[in-house]
Each structure stands twice: as structure tokens, then as C-alpha cells.
Design a protein around this ligand. Structure first.
Ligand code: SF4
Length: 183
């Protein structure tokens, strides 16, 4: 990645089965975001509200895969992004949403929508417009090739900054031990 003088890099981000915490960390870069905007421009992202991903240099994926829509978005990102990055524990190993993998999907749905006290008229949502749930929550590398893994829950703003500035400068990103947090 070396032609910064000619054009800005394009960056897209997506949240799949995650909590938006990794995107909040992105915003924790604070005023350094202005420096980043000198080097790159955003494509599809919750930060831009652009809905379709275009041709991009880097795609950052937060969250794992819990439904068919997540899979569709991920495959679209892989198709359009030269470098795809799994950001945070949910994208890397399924994270908290993958706790449902301990039970069969039907049992989870029954527990959430039918058997809890106060759900006298509960019903499992079945609108055909709802994305089909996967039987298990999957990390993204089980469906597409991932170029980099940026660990943390969430990775700190400092870690995201170091990772991106290394990548944009053509360096292999290296995070020191002090930047790897799970709190
Ligand atoms: S890794 Fe942590 S902060 Fe990021 S989406 Fe998952 S739960 Fe949220």
C-alpha cells in the first residue's frame, strides 16, 4: 500500500453480530481521526450510513456471524476489500454472542421467546423479512479468508490507530503487548 500521494485509501467498516463497542473504540481515536482522514476516506460504514460497499483498500469487520444477512455482508466485503480485518473478539472467535452455541438454537429461541416468566403471549418471530439465524455463531474466518486479526474486546483506540497507521504506511502492523486488552 504505497501510493498515498496520488489518492486516499478507501476504508469500509461493518458490524455483524457485535455490540458496536469496536466502532466506539474507533471513535476513541478522537482528534487523530482528522489525521486519518488526510490518508483515507470512508466507504460503507455505520459512521457514514453508506449501505453498499464499493471497491476498498481495507475492510474492518466487527462481530461474528449469527444470521444469513451477516454472511451476505461479509462475503460482499471480502469481494470488495483488498485487505479484510477481523476486529475484536466477536469477529475473531464469535465472542459473547457465541455463548448461545452451548445450546441448540431451538432451545435458545424457546428460552428467550416462550418460556421466560412474563411471556404469556410470546411467540418466536417468524416474519419472512427477518434474516435466517445460523445454527451456530461463527467467527468470520470460518467463512472467508481474513488477512489480519486485531484482538481485544474491544481493541483500544490506540491499538486501532497503531494498526491502521502501520498498514497505511506499508508496514506490517505490530501491536505491543501493552495494546492487547480485553477490558
Ligand atoms: S469484541 Fe467486544 S466490543 Fe467488539 S463487538 Fe464484540 S463484545 Fe462488542
Amino acid at each position: 500500500m504505497g501510493d498515498t500521494a496520488q489518492r486516499k485509501f478507501k476504508l469500509a467498516t461493518a458490524t455483524l453480530a457485535g455490540c458496536f463497542g469496536c466502532h466506539m473504540s474507533f471513535l476513541d481515536m478522537d482528534e487523530r481521526l482528522f489525521d486519518l482522514l488526510e490518508l483515507l476516506e470512508f466507504d460503507r460504514s455505520p459512521l457514514t450510513d453508506i449501505k453498499q460497499v464499493g471497491e476498498c483498500d481495507i475492510g474492518l469487520i466487527e462481530g461474528g456471524l449469527c444470521n444469513a444477512e451477516n454472511v451476505r455482508v461479509l462475503i460482499d466485503f471480502r469481494k470488495h476489500c483488498k485487505i479484510l480485518v477481523a476486529v475484536g473478539a466477536c469477529a475473531i472467535n464469535g465472542g459473547l454472542p457465541a455463548q448461545r452455541n452451548l445450546m441448540p438454537l431451538r432451545a435458545v429461541l424457546n428460552e428467550v421467546y416462550l418460556s421466560e416468566p412474563g411471556l404469556a403471549h410470546g411467540g418466536i418471530p417468524d416474519d419472512p423479512e427477518l434474516p435466517l439465524l445460523l445454527n451456530k455463531v461463527l467467527p468470520i474466518h470460518e467463512v472467508v479468508t481474513v488477512d489480519y486479526f486485531l484482538p481485544g474486546c474491544p481493541p483500544s483506540g490506540d491499538a486501532i490507530w497503531k494498526f491502521l497507521t502501520d498498514l497505511l504506511a506499508g508496514r506490517e502492523p505490530i501491536l505491543g503487548h501493552e495494546m492487547l486488552h480485553y477490558d
